[in-house]
Write a protein that binds this ligand. Structure first.
Ligand code: AHM
Ligand code: MG
Length: 337
């Protein structure tokens, strides 16, 4: 990026189309819709305290969790904008039990998975939240899309990203050619390139985990957390504990500074809490594209074959050396070594 030059997200995407032919026109239409949805949700998040959209909607979603008004609003905004002007067959959303089939999507090329507003327990307390998206190509244009076509492994994603509504609003994405971050300039309402070609440190010293669940974690994870707290100046231990309880915000910090986020399995929730399709896979794609790793403790997140839309998986994601160490400690527990 030249000093003092501005590259908007739209300009960047059109440059990418020239460089990488598979970032085709219709994929960029999906980006336009997501970008506009992000600006609208950002507007609502910023004034949530002023108007009556804080708090619960009074219904529970498919996971049995209370829906927040902003969750519902964000889901509607995404679906409407994707329906209006993109090349999507259907959308799998955290907020909807079934698949949303786009009304004009019969001939469309792409399948979208979204978490329209992640970290929603943070809405009422003005902490960072975000939206996550993941895009797949429809396997065949000759046959109607089936459930099996939607349940693709993460390694088949053609694009993924998140929008973080933090102290600034940022759009971070990958199409498999590295990770780039754009900050929303409020005055012109454009996402401008601020973090080109993000690379995450190979190792870090930040640990992000809900330690309240410590006693329920597998022994290998408990041992790792204890190891993080030991003193070793050369290895910068003890590590710092940082946990917002908002995956995007925790991931974003660790991506830039180096660290690891974990949501391990527990006795009560053997598959952890986070969802494979619209939380773990897109973040895993970004992590790997930035030089990091994402695992469920036993295997690469993006190699898990999904069998359900709202499937959960344990998640260990961040700096490669940290993820590998946890996998090793969990693995040695499983093998009894
Ligand atoms: P949500 O999709 O209902 O918002 O839940 C996902 C969130 C993640 O953003 C966050 O990392 C995690 O749940 C926090 O869970 P916990 O409060 O159990 O630590
Ligand atoms: Mg979520």
């Amino acid at each position: 990026m030249k000093k003092n030059s501005i590259t908007t997200l739209n300009q960047f995407i059109s440059d990418q189309q020239n460089k990488f032919p598979y970032v085709q026109g219709s994929l960029s239409r999906i980006f336009s819709a997501i970008q506009l949805a992000a600006k609208m949700i950002n507007r609502d998040v910023r004034k949530a305290g002023l108007i009556d959209i804080l708090g619960n909607f009074g219904e529970t979603n498919v996971q049995g969790e209370e829906q927040k008004k902003l969750d519902v609003i964000s889901n509607d905004v995404f679906k409407k904008l994707i329906d209006m002007g993109s090349d999507c067959v259907c959308i799998v959303s955290e907020e909807d039990e079934g698949v949303h089939w786009c009304p004009d999507g019969r001939e469309a090329k792409y399948i979208l998975a979204i978490d329209p507003l992640d970290g929603s327990s943070n809405i009422d307390v003005n902490a960072s939240i975000g939206s996550i998206f993941s895009v797949y190509k429809r396997p065949s244009m000759d046959k109607p899309v089936t459930e099996a076509d939607i349940l693709q492994m993460g390694r088949h994603q053609v694009a993924a990203g998140y929008v973080i509504y933090g102290s600034a609003t940022m759009f971070v994405y990958t199409t498999g050619n590295g990770v780039n971050g754009f900050t929303l300039d409020d005055s012109i309402q454009e996402f401008c390139l601020s973090h080109p070609d993000i690379k995450t440190p190979e190792n870090g010293s930040i640990l992000s985990v809900n330690e309240g669940n410590l006693n329920d974690f597998p022994k290998g994870v408990q041992d790792y957390i204890a190891w993080c707290k030991e003193t070793n100046k050369e290895e910068k231990r003890p590590y710092s504990a940082r946990y917002i309880g908002s995956l995007i915000a925790d991931f974003h910090r660790n991506l830039l500074k180096g660290g690891v986020y974990l949501y391990p399995p527990t006795a009560k929730a053997p598959n952890g809490k986070l969802r494979l399709l619209y939380e773990c896979n897109p973040m895993a794609f970004l992590a790997e594209q930035a030089g990091g790793k994402a695992s469920n403790g036993k295997m690469r997140i993006m190699d898990i074959q999904p069998t359900e839309f709202h499937q959960r998986t344990p998640l260990i994601i961040g700096s490669a050396a940290m993820v590998e160490r946890i996998e090793k400690m969990m693995g040695s527990e499983a093998s009894g070594t």
